[in-house]
Write a protein that binds this ligand. Structure first.
Ligand code: SF4
Length: 700
């Protein structure tokens, strides 16, 4: 068999690779693609292991009652059961009694088909997806400032040409290691890296300046940096006058954030802030990049706005080799939020409450605009409402493992248990699938064609390399089979190329315009950057060169003010907990906890604490510890490290069972993006007997 050029299944860097069957194994070879330039991280290198995992599901499973076991059934039995239950529940409780939950790893075609399936086949407004947990604050802030949300408004290779880069709340050295090449390019040519993070992560260790701030004070830091940029003479007044609006209102806020006040709130020394501003302000090319650390807060949107304000004040967006960008996390986090999985969106990044948008999309879908439901509710609000008096009675989950990945996960456990019907499409029996009434075994990334939109807004083709195992269907085939049972199967083709062709028409004229990105162009040219309105258009690698897509063509400063975290530390819960990822695992771990090499590299949940803190608590490296918040507990092995603040603990969120960090995290939501405050909650720490520590490792 010949080698197939494709992309990694995991994160938004979408590293290029080739897959080839050699004897009885699958060989992965890194491919030279602009984002990874021949590099892969350990997750990418081992990604093919899951294709032949003995834990693959190859037959639908169903249980008759909640107490009964999941047993194999035929596809017809499974899909008939889902359709019959959905019809019954909707007859009893209306269209919104059925909810749909998608994922940021689904291809563009699946994201599009899922949004359409919810609105056209189920007629429900209740759809959202796990991307709400990842990038929604940056998306909201980007829309406010620039009139568009594209993670990076420039190719990732531009980063290597920057002379100063401020990275806020991102540990790329562990989450997307090949990305570090671009930072290293910049550093090799004398560029300075500045990292803002409560932990001295491997990324922060390579920085010229590490701003080790108190968790949840990023916005105060942004205001303080803007204050210093103004007082130290680095603000680009000509750019502000020519290309922006609203600076005076923002400055009225920032002027009250004098350096010593910011130091008191953030814990970052004034001299470090001043040095960061000097590096950014004196660089000919400078970038400010934010990620989950800034975004996963109850004020995440305002926090990102604070850093965009700084970028605008320095005159960066639209300047060559400069700008603001968000580092998207999930593989199709960008495309997943453009094509209708979000509660308030229609394809092409259209608003579902915009009459013109409704007319356009309804026309493509062959229905009357009046038949389209309105906006639903955000991901956590949706999960929180399941099985309540007015809430959905059934949930269909595609590409998400909410039992592990949602905040305040014990509450989510309760709500899932209250459903009449839980349906999960997955490739393995994830923690969420294990609780389902019907489990639908679906194909993996290398077993189906599709397009993804990476962190740069580059639409690329992920090519099929192998046939899925017998008994497994693609998500598009599942949706098509279900739609058949609702009498609209002809509207849901299972061929991804046909779905993409329709997606192009639905997105035409929208903000995320894919009309000119053909199936072939996405594959043959190494991708096309949206917007791309027609087939003769080259795509748009760099946005904002001449103007911003706002009504007056100017970027908007957005007035923001710092406020405390939703749950601050106190006598009972005296420590901050922050959560994140480790090198060897991806998101809920449903996939990576089933790859032996990754489990060997990172076998168990752990809790990081500073030596001073460990001493104060009489704890030692390797001790079993329990972290407790007002919502629940999580256990892990103590790692004592000087890289973390003395008032803060860190836990990765990849594990389930007793090691589930999200049993502890806060469900306080950002009022605009509805992003949960994963990054900060108040906890206490205690030792537990070693034998009491349990967590789920799924490798068989
Ligand atoms: Fe690249 Fe991300 Fe895959 Fe690692 S997980 S190989 S960084 S796409």
């Amino acid at each position: 068999m010949t080698a197939t050029a494709t992309h990694c299944p995991y994160c938004a860097l979408q590293c290029g690779m080739t897959l080839e069957r050699v004897d009885d194994r699958i060989a992965i070879t890194p491919r030279d693609f602009p984002t990874n330039r021949g590099g892969l991280c350990q997750k990418g290198w081992t990604s093919a292991d899951l294709l032949s995992s003995p834990e693959r599901l190859t037959t639908p499973l169903m249980r008759q009652t909640r107490a009964a076991p999941l047993l194999p059934v035929t596809w017809d039995e499974a899909l008939d059961r889902v359709a019959a239950d959905v019809r019954r529940l909707q007859a009893e409780s209306g269209p919104d009694s059925i909810a749909v939950f998608g994922g940021g790893g689904l291809t563009n075609e699946k994201s599009y088909a899922l949004g359409k399936f919810a609105r056209v086949a189920l007629r429900t407004s209740k759809i959202d997806y796990n991307g709400r947990f990842c990038m929604s604050s940056a998306a909201a802030a980007g829309n406010k400032a620039f009139g568009v949300d594209r993670g990076l408004p420039f190719p990732v290779t531009d980063i290597g040409t920057a002379h100063a880069i401020l990275l806020v709340g991102s540990n790329v050295a562990e989450t997307m290691p090949p990305f570090v090449q671009h930072l290293a390019d910049a550093q090799r040519s004398g560029g300075a890296l500045i990292v803002a993070d409560p932990r001295r992560t491997p990324t922060a260790q390579s920085a010229a300046v590490h701003l080790q701030l108190t968790p949840g004070t990023d916005l105060a830091l942004a205001l303080g940096l803007l204050h210093l940029a103004m007082t130290d003479g680095y603000v680009d007044k000509e750019y502000i006058a020519d290309r922006t609006t609203g600076f005076d209102d923002v400055w009225r806020r920032a002027v009250t954030w004098w350096p010593e006040r910011v130091e008191r709130v953030t814990g970052v020394p004034v001299e470090q802030m001043r040095e960061a501003v000097r590096l950014l302000g004196s660089a000919e090319r400078a970038m400010i990049l934010t990620a989950r650390g800034a975004e996963q807060q109850s004020k995440g949107t305002d926090t990102v706005s604070g850093f965009i304000n700084l970028a605008l004040a320095l005159g960066l967006p639209g300047r060559p080799g400069s700008g603001y960008g968000c580092l998207t996390g999930q593989g199709n986090g960008q495309g997943g939020r453009e094509h209708g999985q979000k509660a308030d969106q229609l394809p092409g990044y259209r608003k579902i409450d915009d009459p013109a948008a409704r007319e356009h999309v309804a026309g493509v879908w062959g229905i009357d605009a009046s038949e389209l439901p309105g906006a639903g509710v955000s991901a956590y609000e949706l999960l929180d409402s399941l099985g309540t008096v007015d809430g959905p009675r059934a949930l269909l989950v595609f590409g998400s493992n909410v039992v592990v990945s949602a905040p305040n996960a014990r509450r989510v456990d309760e709500r899932l248990a209250a459903l009449d019907l839980l349906v999960v499409a997955d490739l393995v029996l994830s923690e969420t699938a294990a609780r389902a009434d019907v489990v639908l075994p679906v194909a993996q990334w290398a077993e189906e064609d599709g397009t993804m939109t990476n962190l740069e807004g580059r639409v690329l083709r992920r090519n099929k390399a192998f046939e899925p195992p017998p008994g497994v269907r693609t998500d598009l085939e599942v949706l098509s089979g279900l739609a058949d049972r609702f009498g609209c199967g002809e509207k849901f083709p299972a061929d991804p190329a046909a779905v993409f062709a329709e997606l192009r028409r639905a997105s035409a004229g929208g903000i995320a315009d894919y009309a000119g990105v053909t199936w072939e162009r996405a594959a043959s040219t190494g991708g096309v950057f949206w917007p791309c309105p027609d087939e003769s258009h080259p795509g748009t690698p760099r946005l904002f060169r001449e103007s911003f897509p706002t009504p007056d063509g100017r970027a908007r400063f957005v007035e923001v003010e710092h406020r405390p975290v939703a749950e601050d530390i106190d006598q009972d819960y005296p420590l901050y907990l922050t959560t994140g990822r480790v090198l060897a695992h991806y998101q809920s771990g449903a996939q990576t906890r089933r790859v032996r090499a990754l489990v060997d590299a990172s076998p168990e949940p752990f809790v990081e604490a500073h030596p001073e803190l460990a001493l104060r608590y009489g704890l030692h490296e390797g001790d079993a510890v329990r972290v407790t918040s007002r919502r629940g507990t999580a256990e892990g092995v103590l790692r004592v490290t000087e890289t973390i603040r003395t008032d803060t603990l860190f836990m990765p969120f990849h594990w389930s069972g007793a090691g589930r960090a999200n049993s502890v995290t806060s469900d306080a939501l950002d009022p605009t993006s509805k992003m949960p405050e994963f990054k900060i909650c108040a906890v206490r720490l205690e030792a537990v007997p070693a034998e009491a520590v349990q967590h789920d490792v799924a490798v068989s």
